[in-house]
Ligand binder design. Structure first.
Ligand code: UD1
Length: 415
């Protein structure tokens, strides 16, 4: 039962509510560690990455309960002990607990984190910056131990933008002694959400959404209730499903103001997009590729997480194009599987050259989260039946992709 069977060739018609953002929920859950008492996180998606984070927090003595999309985190029982390495191992964002835990307990040992296999994903920026904030860190083959009686503010000049490092350092800095400057800071909307959550709790953060964050450490943060914004990547995935399968769908709550580069690209590929007050109306199929080059970049550029779904739309659009991956060095693992469905894609370095043409059903294997979702989308548009195996990768980030796509009129089931 770790697969999805998809009956392709049916155009979409329907609506679905876009779930809360994975990449915002994870650092916000980590941030609750810095707050004594009970925080309430609304619109928190019930996906396996979030469940892993919940398990990690529980293993540290926090009490968590879920009521629908609301997650309550009570940190009063927190006590520092080792986290289960199986959870740290599977999810890269468990690394985000490093900054918060170090700030809270002064001492932490952690195995190197895992996550989707989309590149080397080193953690040098995280460790170097924590050292500059006064942590002494010892690395071994399997992980690292860090110690700091109290972290102190520092000017952190990063060599390039990293979402995870920015988040980790924000969490390390909000309770640190003095001022921390992070530059260049990632500008992703999920960083904005984390900063907003922390500000509501009493943190002093300036510059959220810009490339320069200035954080003044405070003594204490207080419990808050916060609503996680909708997931722009999930919304973009379903938008792409419509571009591939054709039809007309409404994505309720889609965070359109955070999807500019994706919407522009979709429109130039022939989709009709209407931004409404409560969501996004998408109609039509990708048919002409004015957008014949997609270049991934940090926000507000085209998100790397959207690259695989758009590769499918590009392949189906009937005109050749290319995708340049500039964030991760190994994010083309989906290509070989798409080729098994009849796509004509060649990878040279960080560029995928995508030829146009129809796709046919096949048994294909998800190898990571967004690539897995892209295979499901490809199967919706393909001629015949497909099976996408390794569904667990997709479950990391999509609450119930089968039900959501069924609500949009697709024909698919668990297999
Ligand atoms: C986050 C997102 C992920 C998204 C990515 C880029 C979460 C949970 N994940 O991942 O969905 O695709 O941002 O938008 O929010 N790097 C280093 N050294 C470091 C840190 C990063 O070399 O210490 C490199 C990475 O290998 C990668 C690049 O920097 O090539 C960007 O990584 P980063 O922005 O940190 O991505 P994540 O936070 O892992």
């Amino acid at each position: 039962m770790d697969a999805i069977r998809i009956y392709g060739g049916k155009s979409l018609d329907g609506q679905t509510v876009v779930q809360g953002s994975k990449n915002a929920s994870l650092p916000i859950l980590a941030a609750t560690l810095l707050i004594e008492g009970t925080c309430e996180i609304e619109n928190c998606p019930d996906i396996s990455d979030v469940r892993h984070m919940q398990k990690l927090l529980e293993s540290l003595g926090c009490r968590l309960e879920r009521e629908g999309t609301l997650v309550r985190v009570n940190t009063l029982g927190f006590s520092a002990h080792d986290m289960p390495s199986d959870s740290v191992g599977v999810m890269r964002s468990s690394l985000i607990l490093a900054g918060a835990l170090l700030a809270k307990t002064g001492q932490i040992c952690m195995e190197y984190p895992g996550g989707c296999v989309i590149g080397a994903r080193p953690i040098d920026l995280h460790l170097k910056s924590l050292r500059l904030m006064g942590a002494s860190i010892e690395e071994s083959e399997s992980g690292f131990c860090a110690e700091a009686a109290r972290l102190r503010g520092a000017v952190l000049h990063l060599p390039f933008v990293s979402v995870g490092a920015t988040e980790n350092l924000i969490l390390a800095a909000v309770l640190a002694d003095g001022e921390t400057v992070i530059e260049p800071a990632a500008r992703e909307p999920e960083i904005g959400a984390l900063c907003e959550f922390l500000r509501l709790a009493g943190a002093r953060i300036k510059g959220a959404g810009t490339g320069r964050l200035v954080i003044q450490g405070v003594e204490k943060l207080s419990p808050v209730r916060y609503r996680v914004p909708a997931d722009r990547i999930v919304a973009g995935t379903y938008l792409c499903a419509c571009m591939c399968a054709g039809g007309r769908i409404f994505l309720k709550d889609a965070p359109v103001s955070h999807m500019e580069s994706v919407l522009a690209c979709a429109e130039s590929m022939g989709a009709s997009i209407v931004c409404e007050a409560d969501g996004l109306l998408v109609a039509g199929r990708a048919h002409e590729s004015v957008c014949d080059v997609v270049r991934t970049a940090c926000y507000p550029g085209f998100p790397t997480d959207m690259q695989s779904p758009f590769m499918v739309a590009m392949a189906l659009s009937g005109r050749a194009g290319r995708i340049e991956e500039n964030v991760f060095e190994n994010r083309f693992r989906v290509v070989s599987e798409l080729c098994r469905m009849g796509a004509d894609i060649t990878v040279r370095g960080n560029v995928a050259y995508v030829g146009g043409g129809p796709l046919h059903g096949a048994i294909v294997q998800a190898q990571e989260l967004r690539g897995g979702a892209a295979l499901v989308i490809a199967a919706l548009a393909a001629d015949g039946t497909s099976i996408v195996t390794n569904r667990h990768y997709i479950d990391r980030g999509y609450e119930d992709i089968v039900s959501s796509l069924r609500a949009l009129g697709a024909d698919l089931e668990l297999a």
